[in-house]
Design a protein around this ligand. Sequence first.
Ligand code: PLP
Length: 439
Amino acid sequence: MSQEAVNDLRSYWMPFTANRQFKSAPRLLVAAKGMYFTSADGRQILDGVAGLWCVNAGHGDRRIVEAVQKQVAELDFASSFQMGHPKAFELASRLARFVPGDLDHVFFTNSGSESVETALKIALAYHRLSGQATRTRFIGRERAYHGVNFGGTSVSGIGNNRRFFGSMLAGVDHLSHTYNLEHQAFSRCQPEWGAHLAEELERIVALHGAETISAVVVEPMAGATGVLVPPKGYLERLQAICHKHGILLILDEVITGFGRLGRGFAADYFGIQPDILITAKGMTNGTVPMGAVIVPKKIHDAFMQGPTQAIELAHGYTYSGHPLACAAGLATLDVHQEEGLASRCAALAPYWEDAIHSLKGLPHVIDLRNIGLLGGIELEPRRDQPTLRGYEVFVKCYESGVLTRGAGDTIILSPPLIIDKRQIDQLISTIAAALKSVA
Ligand code: PLP
């Protein structure tokens, strides 16, 4: 193969990317530090999305980099099947103290998607071990994103992610999504309207019988489909109905964990106690792939029956608890604690909210949403060309030195939590200019 062929862009089939469009005008990033990427053409790009909702502590933090470097030289790999290494146990113990309430047993995965699959399996097996084997149904929500594996795709509610892949997991129902432009447009933080939508859970329970339902799986705040902030009272109501019927509440905190809303987790922020918590992304600050499913003693102990030589949960990944990921996770927790990133996020949130809502009245803007250091800018779709306007704004921003994310016609923002007010101003003024320049 010629050198030319090795270096061209053909061979890499990129994920969640319009490959032909991208390769006709590639955007390549070659370095990152703090709040900025460096592009291949040598420009500084302000990171408005924390990479992909994961680099909460900013890029290239010395403490995380050095921990990973040291770890790879010391212990590059050790299996977690019938073996162990100290940092996995240490990280699990530290996480158990960091997450809300009584969640205290940690199962490691390598991604959000794997965490979702793991959580669904734990829920099914838990009910079976507790003498409730008929509880096999799951309830997700429209416009939810729970990753791309079959279980996660099934409980997700995104038509485009499902329609090519057959019949999915059997026995899944969906709650309505909670977004309503008419009743919620330009709400600051949690909208007033929509808590009643949680009552749909009662309707689904009445249809199937509570004894058939294993778990409700929701993101506390639907991120990937446009930063859909939960209506006031909605999550509380969902939790109450789950408790009433013995249904497990699984919160997918892949985005909302690690300080994003101004508390450790969204469960802390909303005062909700999940039965199972899913996380990933910010856990290692995006440096080494890692996810986790965290459960309380009650669920964990249900598995600790039978002969002690028997494997209690026939599930796991070669790279569960990988030494590099554990080193990155421990250093990330140190950074969160030393820098008080969640408190920093909470302190900046009012400035952020005003900045986002200053875009009201600009061309194409039909809604603005915010919570913590998250923002959603909803644009009027162009007639006959939905999503194109959102894409053009994203490209304009990138060309002007700001990285945002386009989810259809919504521009999503989730900057590293180390952002300062001047950088927030840069982000917002760049988006404002882009909005004015697209048709
Ligand atoms: N769950 C939620 C809420 C997410 O936002 C994502 C990714 O954005 C996932 C799961 C999947 O995570 P991953 O891409 O690491 O598999």
